[in-house]
Design a protein around this ligand. Structure first.
Ligand code: SAH
Length: 283
């Protein structure tokens, strides 16, 4: 018993010591900034898949195969080239937004470990690496209009507000929506931006969008989302079987309206619910 107690004491002291260096660089009174800086450092040096692949090649641009829509993604050749986060604006955003404020108090201790965390109702806040990768792929520019499907905790939406104020986010689970609505107000997203509803159908009244980011997995790309993409716009969406490994897919609509998609990275997401079938079943 005594030994156990001493161990706890020693590790608490060590943790306090680790927190001190570097924290002065960040906002005063923010006690977790040093942890965020460390988390971001991990993303830079290779946070994908839990393997420390510091020698992984940099993400290739446009190097993936095209997958015609409707083709099962499992048949699309994989391009596992996204092992590190490199965009400095993405890294800055992740250094700034306090992830611990997007999880329940008993989860906050683990908020800066590179892993997903439960947020209730069977849902999760994505792993920081995945948030970074999806944001990097979406590459939101100042002034662009972005739609997120699957507000969840609100963390990804908060990250997006670091790039553009014109962000909309939709959540289908009412209590999660309510909670995120409160949190996101501090990030400039009013109630007209944080919406309760079925994101399968997008948000036609606010569209079209420069970017759409879907944070739940579907077995196909919802056609309304493709319709609501502007020419020149892009969508990031996990596609594949539910409760299994899916592929993160980048969908791009060119200036003439032609749509192409490429598969970028293996991921595991909670399922996108709702959609036309669900609506019919509920009736
Ligand atoms: N972006 C979130 C991750 C949430 S997990 C974050 O940063 O925390 C995926 C979320 O998608 C869950 O909250 C789930 O309820 C929601 N979701 C699933 N299907 C949906 C749908 N059809 N429309 C809107 N939200 C949906």
């Amino acid at each position: 018993m005594k030994t156990g107690a001493r161990k706890v004491f020693v590790s608490a002291t060590a943790a306090a010591a680790i927190l001190l260096p570097g924290s002065a660089v960040f906002a005063q009174g923010d006690d977790r900034a040093a942890e965020r800086a460390r988390m971001v450092q991990e993303l830079v040096s290779g946070g994908g898949g839990g393997s420390r692949q510091s020698t992984a090649p940099p993400p290739s641009v446009g190097g993936g195969p095209d997958a015609s829509l409707g083709v099962p993604m499992a048949s699309v050749r994989a391009v596992d080239d996204h092992q590190r986060i490199q965009n400095p604006r993405v890294l800055d955003a992740m250094r700034k937004v306090p992830r611990h404020l997007f999880v329940a108090p008993d989860m906050q201790r683990e908020a800066y470990v590179n892993r997903p965390l439960p947020i209730g109702f069977g849902q999760t806040i994505s792993q920081p690496f995945i948030v970074g990768m999806m944001t990097e792929l979406l590459n939101p520019k100042p002034g662009e209009k972005i739609l997120e499907i699957g507000t969840g905790s609100g963390y990804q939406a908060a990250i997006l507000t670091e790039f553009t104020p014109d962000v909309y986010t939709i959540e289908i689970v009412q209590p999660l929506h309510q909670q995120a609505r409160g949190r996101l107000q501090k990030f400039g997203l009013g109630p007209d931006r944080v919406i309760a509803g079925d994101g399968y159908f997008g948000l036609e009244k606010a569209g079209p969008f420069d970017g759409i980011i879907v944070t739940a997995a579907a077995d196909h790309i919802p056609p309304p989302l493709i319709q609501q993409l502007k020419p020149g716009g892009r969508m990031i969406i996990p596609v594949g079987p539910v409760h299994a490994t899916q592929r993160l897919v980048v969908v791009e609509k060119d200036a003439s309206g032609k749509v192409r998609s490429r598969s970028v990275h293996p991921v595991r997401f909670v399922p996108l619910t709702g959609g036309p079938r669900d609506g019919a079943e509920k009736k």
